[in-house]
Design a protein around this ligand. Sequence first.
Ligand SMILES: O=C(O)CCC(=O)C(=O)O
Length: 267
Amino acid sequence: MTETLATDATVKAIDDDGVAVVRGVIDAAQCDRLIAAVEDLRADPGPHFRTLSPEGAPLVQSDLFRWRDHPEFEALVTKGPLPQLAAAIFGSDAVVLLEDQYFYSAAGSGTPSPWHQDHPYHPLEPWFLTIWIPLDPVPGETGLRTVPKSHQGPTYAPVEFSAGKATLTDDANVLAGVPAIDDDPVAFPVMAPSFAPGDAMLLDSRALHAAGGHCASTFRRLSIRYAAADTRYTARDWPVASFWDDHDVAGQLGQRIAGHAFPVIPT
Ligand SMILES: O=C(O)CCC(=O)C(=O)O
């Protein structure tokens, strides 16, 4: 394994709290190149592109699985600090690249990313890692916030992010809804660090988190998700992200997901 930004404290924080913040994961020049890449990809939306904001409202948009379409995204997700951080967290030499996602909020937008866990959107076990990175200065209190230790609690129903075309399959839901986190600071003490562009929040996929809100300036950020090498497809009796219908592994219970769609990244 090559040099990594992850310290023992980072690995322990993910284990104990489900969250760790790592500063300066990518530098200003790479943030600028990734901002340009987000704009290139917005101009050429993929099959999973969604406008999340209600019709007529200032835009909040997102797209997934674009790393094969842009060399800047490919370099970010397959080389350097991100896979190395994930490998250190999973204690392995290789990780599975699960998903790259960008979020774009236009200046003046106000559509938040609601409180949710990443885990229930994916028919996978065990948990996986999300690395969230702001590329622009975070406008106000719109950075990622989380409830430390919530990765040890219940799994709640996935929440639909999109005001337009749905992102979830429509299976019957058997899970309780996410509680009103901001209304109960005793039960749900929220951690809301400040971020500079290029800093990262690492999250266990079972950790409750939210982001967004009123953006006085344009706010672009990335969520890159890595899974442990032995991650397998499992059945869910609740809605999952609709893109799972497109994957060969869908329905193959117990099947490892590593393969063409979800490549193994050696570190
Ligand atoms: O940046 C955002 O608005 C949301 C990020 C997030 O919640 C996620 O990627 O799971």
